[in-house]
Design a protein around this ligand. Sequence first.
Ligand code: 13P
Length: 260
Amino acid sequence: MLRRTLVVGNWKMNLTTQQSSLLLRRLQQNIQGHRAVEVVLAPSMLALQPLSVEIDRRKFKLAAQNAYFKDEGGFTGEVSFAMLRGIVSYAIIGHSARRLYFGETLDDVTQKVEAAVRNDITPILCVGETKRERDARETKRVICDQVVSALANLTSAEIDSVVIAYEPIWAISAYGGAVAKPSDVTTVVEYIRLQIRELYGKLAAERVRVLYGGSVDAHDVKGFLSIKGIDGVLVGAASISANKFVNIVSAAYQTHTEVQ
Ligand code: 13P
């Protein structure tokens, strides 16, 4: 089954609202809408609202980089998934930066995935091991813990809409950006689908979209997209360069067309 390719740009804590609008404008001018490739932009929380007005929804969708799992209440400084409903289609949940810098726990991630689904927002669940965990041969245990706990409260029908992004922490540019070998990625992606299969059955395992993230750039995106079981990429640093991101999207389109 050929799933639609998904290219997600995680702008992280970069770009002012004005710079975000400017980048969006450049992307809209230079990226054609492709039925085979879905392009999702995740600007800062502050830029989401203005961009939701300016965005060409035939070409792009928006994602939040994070949100809080309660719908409303005395949670100073937080923004809920309920507030983002209608503005974003996706939300990145459990990114390694959230887990490492902001102490996000497995339980927080479970509740956020549930809150996103409750508010009709597709979770992009990020999972990945640290270098220390990989060296200690704990990758599968870490991935299993992260995947199984995050999806614990979803029904098998709800699993269909979840996207899982495998981002080995040691391969993310902000943490050194070592290059992941295709064989390493393949092993983990197969393992993720195995977990889904055991929890929700064969069909769910075939349907769930799995992305790769970690220093993806225009020159290596085709290689990652050619890995069996990978449906797209989650791009960090290269997504805030209009040229690089345009090239990544067009490479994704070419790869999708070649495998058809
Ligand atoms: P880089 O592409 O900068 O390594 O970031 C990956 C990432 O963390 C995307 O969420």
